[in-house]
Design a protein around this ligand. Structure first.
Ligand SMILES: C[S@@+](CC[C@H](N)C(=O)[O-])C[C@H]1O[C@@H](n2cnc3c(N)ncnc32)[C@H](O)[C@@H]1O
Length: 276
């Protein structure tokens, strides 16, 4: 499971192993390192376990995504290798359902569809005339997602757009489309471009909400630059830079929730500030 505190759990695990294998470590200290490791794991399992169960249709997507042979899928469709770790999952699906319902959204945009877990979860919270437009760069995902979402009574609310998301957004802007709720969950390098586009070109409707996934990025966001996981490419810097860009943007308020790999919620100040 993607976790925004991965760097902390990894460090706790390292400390436990070190304590267990070193000489002259007081038994109480060994026990304490074991307890920290266990508490971190219990904490994450508890928070996940207390989320209300997902629908049968979401469960079918999650089970497929977790058991599919993604290496074979990539080879068959000449795509980069994807992984079940890219999926939002049951807990986040439930979170998005609640958020979309709280926002009373009818027009939802998702940037980064993968196997359609979040798209279907958000569709489940929409009124019957509501729409989720979900975008992905990889065309073969469309057939796969349609197969699952069309079994759901909410599948008709889902429209899929294939292509690089920035081009798709440009098309929406040309058509004059606006969205009440936007979930950003595609390539991390472009988060700042998606955010700027949504606000600068007015794709975010008045009163609209943006939610961004993976903003803790395994903990890399709060690690000093030199301690970030360089094996993950530029995204380990792109995401913290994006978070700062939003935090310093005078037009909006942002909060980051440590849910799973970190989720931020962003709204225009004028839609939040009360009137005197
Ligand atoms: C983390 S996954 C999305 C997970 C999904 N939201 C869910 O609920 O499970 C990211 C997706 O973004 C897509 N993607 C990556 N770069 C993209 C781009 N430039 N434009 C559109 N989609 C992109 C990938 O193909 C991948 O399916």
């Amino acid at each position: 499971m993607a976790s925004g505190i991965r760097c902390i759990t990894d460090e706790a695990e390292k400390a436990r192993k070190l304590a267990e294998t070193s000489e002259n470590v007081p038994p109480a200290l060994v026990e304490s390192t074991r307890r920290v490791t266990r508490l971190l794991s219990d904490f994450m399992n508890y928070v996940e376990g207390m989320a209300s169960p997902a629908s049968g249709d979401i469960n079918a997507i999650v089970t497929f995504t977790e058991t599919n042979d993604w290496v074979k899928f990539g080879q068959e469709h000449s795509l980069p290798v994807m992984s079940s770790r890219m999926m939002s999952g049951r807990q986040e699906a439930q979170f998005l359902r609640l958020l979309v319902s709280m926002c009373k959204a009818t027009r939802v945009l998702e940037i980064g569809m993968f196997t359609g877990c979040a798209a279907l979860a958000m569709a489940e919270a929409l009124p019957s005339h509501g729409t989720v437009i979900t975008c992905d760069i990889h065309a073969p995902l469309e057939t796969l997602v349609r197969k699952f979402v069309d079994k759901s009574p909410h599948g008709e609310k889902i429209k899929i757009k294939i292509g690089p998301a920035l081009e798709t957004l440009q098309g929406f802007s040309d058509e004059g489309l606006q969205f009440d709720f936007v979930f950003i969950d595609a390539d991390k390098t472009n988060y700042k471009n998606y955010f700027k586009f949504l606000l600068d070109k007015g794709l975010l409707a008045p009163g609209g909400t943006i939610c961004c996934d993976n903003v803790l990025w395994g903990g890399n966001s709060f690690l000093p630059p030199e301690e970030r996981d360089s094996t993950r490419g530029s995204s380990v810097h792109d995401i913290p830079e994006f978070n700062e860009l939003v935090a310093n943007d005078d037009r909006v308020y942002q909060v980051i929730l440590p849910l799973r790999d970190g989720v931020s919620i962003i709204r225009r100040k004028e839609d939040v500030d009360g009137k005197k």
